[in-house]
Ligand binder design. Structure first.
Ligand code: ADP
Ligand code: MG
Length: 311
């Protein structure tokens, strides 16, 4: 099949309620083929419900979903052969052994991966004959990832990819996800880790209360914040932060590890240096870096909270 410009996942006006609870409220999203798309947001913001609707496991109240041109509700069988899903609550049969689970899931697809190789990659080789219920939390998590990827799916939906994994397993899972993408799989992943989102994702959607606040590249999200830059420098004598707080474009002035850190936008950089020069302060070992995705996340979420209150 040739690559088309049609998105691999296209969601329009998705709405899902549970009784009085509006879990997903008019969500639009579009994931290109071969993209790694991250979904980030607080607990209860509708991430899992969205994933489950895309996977055809829940029926939306309203909206349309297309996955590789398939309708998850109507084309369940076709979807099962092309999409891999890691659910947050992967309720497997407690007695199902690791090897049986891998073989079973591999049998749904036309061109599956070698289960042994995948198990080896995810550190499950020693556990192949263990029933699911006897695995540790981290092992169950790794098995869930293996089951989502064993079929070489064209689209993988990964809900809370690395929750509960130790740092070494997490790195291994990241490598695997990157390889899977290299092979052409489109990936939608839910994560709570900024580091993970920044490392893996081409684009990230921030969700809150069932709505997407913004979707952009990691750099794009950072540049949308009031303070996309951090100027950091030392000074020979302690500096009174008040010297810089009123400079246009400065959001915050902090002292960290005997350095001054100024969170600001582009326009403030020269103004800050002018102000320092006028005050006879020479910045030592000046560094200007991008602010982190962590800070951008908090800033964009807080902004939205404030708008919510005003409404
Ligand atoms: P997230 O994955 O972002 O934590 P969820 O999609 O799991 O969010 O949940 C969104 C909202 O829907 C929450 O308020 C949650 O309590 C509610 N919810 C989720 N699943 C169910 C369910 N099966 N029955 C009733 N309410 C649910
Ligand atoms: Mg969830």
């Amino acid at each position: 099949m040739t690559t088309t410009s049609a998105p691999a996942i296209e969601v329009r006006g998705l709405r899902k309620t549970y009784g009085p609870v509006v879990a997903v409220d008019h969500v639009d999203l579009s994931v290109s083929e071969g993209e790694i798309f991250g979904v980030l947001g607080p607990n209860g913001s509708g991430k899992s419900t969205t994933v489950e609707c895309i996977a055809g496991l829940r029926r939306p109240d309203a909206g349309t979903i297309g996955v590789l041109g398939l309708d998850p509700e109507k084309d369940r069988d076709a979807l099962k052969r092309t999409v891999g899903v890691q659910l947050q609550s992967a309720g497997l049969q407690p007695k199902l052994r690791v090897r049986e689970a891998l073989d079973l899931f591999a049998s749904f697809y036309d061109d599956p991966r070698d289960p042994d190789e995948l198990a080896e990659r995810l550190g499950l080789t020693e556990r192949m004959d263990h029933p699911w219920r006897k695995l540790s939390g981290g092992q169950q998590q790794r098995l869930a990832i293996a089951l989502a990827l064993v079929g070489r799916p064209r689209v993988a939906l990964l809900d809370e990819l690395s929750t509960g994994l130790d740092p070494a397993s997490r790195r291994e899972v990241w490598k695997l996800v990157e390889e899977v993408r290299e092979e052409g799989t489109t990936i939608l992943l839910v994560t709570h880790l900024m580091e993970e989102a920044q490392h893996l994702c081409d684009r990230i959607a921030l969700v809150q209360q069932g709505r997407i606040l913004v979707a952009d590249t990691p750099d794009g999200l950072i540049s949308r914040t009031a303070a996309p830059l951090v100027m950091s420098f030392g000074t020979a004598v302690p500096l009174d932060p008040a010297l810089l707080t009123d400079v246009a474009g400065v959001a915050d002035v902090m002292e960290r590890a005997e350095r001054v850190q100024v969170a600001c936008d582009d326009s403030a950089v020269l103004l800050v240096l002018d102000r320092l020069r006028d005050a006879g302060v020479r910045p030592e070992h000046l560094r200007i870096t991008e602010s982190s995705l962590d800070e951008a996340y908090l800033d964009l979420m807080t902004d939205a909270d404030e708008k919510e209150t005003v409404r």
